[in-house]
Design a protein around this ligand. Structure first.
Ligand code: ACM
Length: 514
């Protein structure tokens, strides 16, 4: 087909092409077609799930029914055949199919999405990929207008993630966010195809998880927070409900108890964790690095064994995070004994350890994941050596993905100790180029983090997350040659329609033409 270089503004084909690439994160392969299918009345059919994810059709219907002009229903998940189209409703078929996804991809999260005159078909080898396809479809829906119903342009998408670990870490210790807030956070993470929710559950300011063998911790050390709020903690029932909600969105929860520093919430409860036997005062300020455990006290190992075993028992996923950051008042030999002990306790409890980057200064067991965060200038030979020796690394460079950093110097929320993080800073970076010498193949993934010393409310939390979380999600999902800042700017402006319509707070950064 011959096409003039400057398309007519009202050229339908060009409009189609414009709309169909507004997907975040940008997929690996998108092949635009011509025409649309109406999706005002959409009927979801799940085929071949064999009871593996009985909620999926329901979830797909609810994600899509949230869109302007779309009503989605689903049939009996046990149905084996897709009813013939009745002319009124468009079928969305979700089908498990090992051959789906981009050629050559072995990612269990890969998927394909085909929209054509016959309707909409999503295929994937695993249910997670089917939900990713639904999130892609959600972004392709064109709202009703000028007499046309809600519709989706014809398109073929074959997609797979770059990294298997795509996370968001939320600090519920400095400011407490409870079950409902965290469910909302999971929903927004899943909308951008993230698959890990890391919870920073303990710190100097609060112990935010019920520990059955140490009930005093949450009872005595979860009141108050850095925002002047009443604080709180997750009961095991809350944690169960959160993991269930996350699992239905294929997000796994990685809980963290931060030791041997960041521990005042525990030393406030147990004087026997202190060399002088005296419990410390409660603390709701924002300094770091002043608290610590002492390895050789008789109470220390039983305390660690109890809290890590409790946490591991309550956790569905395979990872438990031991913290390990900013232990500013401890000799390296004692620190290394803590890392060794906590790794062992987590492994004995049947989980795999994750630790902040400092832990790589100690000899690590094979299989421990290391989370890089500190972007202050420093010698990172220890981290590179650990990776060369086989450690897997999660990339969380603070000056890119710490989403509690202010957007601009005058921004009223957040902090700026790692620098200002505008939307482009969160978008325009390459994980393989952050730590010189780090083997590219050691990178397990990318994780954003939001610390909450200066984030007092859920609205404030979302204002810090959006739009930057979608930018980090593209770093984690999309192949570098498919990323483009100008194109992302355009796509994120379109995505903001959904945030506005649902009343989801976001920061309208000056870097984007909203
Ligand atoms: C950290 O930001 N202290 C992990």
């Amino acid at each position: 087909m011959c096409r003039s270089q400057k398309p007519n503004r009202f050229d339908q084909t060009q409009t189609t092409r414009y709309l169909m690439v507004s997907i975040i994160p940008q997929p690996l392969h998108v092949e635009p077609g011509e025409g649309h299918v109406p999706v005002g009345a959409l009927e979801v059919h799940a085929v071949g799930l064999d009871g593996a994810a009985p909620w999926l059709a329901d979830l797909a219907a609810s994600v899509l029914s949230g869109l302007d002009g779309v009503t989605a229903t689903h049939d009996d998940p046990a149905a084996v055949a897709v009813p013939a189209a009745d002319g009124e409703r468009t079928a969305l078929v979700l089908r498990v199919d090992g051959a789906a996804g981009p050629e050559g991809s072995t990612s269990p999260e890969r998927y394909s999405l085909v929209v054509d005159a016959a309707g909409v078909t999503a295929t994937a080898p695993e249910p997670a990929g089917l939900l990713h396809a639904v999130q892609t479809l959600r972004q392709l829906v064109v709202a009703p207008g000028e007499g046309a119903p809600a519709r989706v342009p014809h398109v073929v998408v074959h997609d797979a993630p770059r990294y298997p670990w795509r996370g968001l870490s939320v600090d519920v210790a400095r400011t407490f966010f409870g079950l409902d807030a965290l469910r909302a956070v999971v929903d927004v993470a899943a909308a951008y195809k993230l698959n890990v929710l890391h919870l920073h559950l303990t710190d100097d300011q609060g112990w935010r998880i019920e520990s059955p063998s140490r009930p005093e911790l949450a009872k005595l050390s979860s009141g108050g927070d850095t925002s002047g709020g009443t604080g709180g903690h997750l009961s095991l029932a809350d944690f169960r409900a959160l993991q269930d909600h996350a699992a239905e969105r294929f997000v796994r929860v990685v809980p963290e108890i931060d030791v041997p520093g960041h521990i005042n919430a525990a030393t406030h409860v147990y004087g026997d964790l202190m060399p002088d036997g005296v419990p410390t005062d409660a603390y709701h300020g924002i300094e770091v690095g002043f608290s610590r455990l002492t390895f050789d006290l008789p109470a220390t190992e039983p305390f660690l064994r109890d809290v890590f075993t409790d946490l591991a028992r309550a956790t569905d996923g395979e990872h438990v995070h031991l913290g390990g950051d900013e232990v500013l008042k401890m000799e390296p030999a004692e620190y290394a004994r803590f890392v060794e002990l906590c790794e062992r306790l987590i492994l004995e409890a049947g989980k795999k350890p994750v630790a902040w980057q400092e832990a790589a200064k100690a000899p690590l067991r094979p299989g421990t994941l290391v989370q890089y965060w500190d972007t202050h200038p420093m010698d990172l030979t220890y981290l590179v050596d650990a990776a060369r020796a086989g450690a897997r690394v999660i990339m969380s460079p603070a000056n890119r993905v710490y989403l509690d950093m202010k957007y601009t110097a005058d921004f009223p929320l957040g902090q700026e100790w790692a620098g200002l993080v505008e939307v482009r800073d969160a978008y325009d970076w390459e994980p393989e180029q952050v730590v010189p010498g780090l083997p590219a193949e050691s990178i397990e993934g990318v994780e954003a983090a939001v610390w909450t010393e200066r984030i007092p409310t859920l609205d404030a939390l979302f204002t810090m997350l959006l739009p930057r979380l979608s930018a980090v999600a593209e770093v984690a999902w999309t192949a570098p040659d498919r990323k483009d800042w100008d194109d992302y700017r355009r796509r994120v402006a379109r995505e903001a329609h959904a945030w506005r319509r649902t009343g989801t707070p976001f920061h309208p950064s000056v870097q984007v033409d909203w």
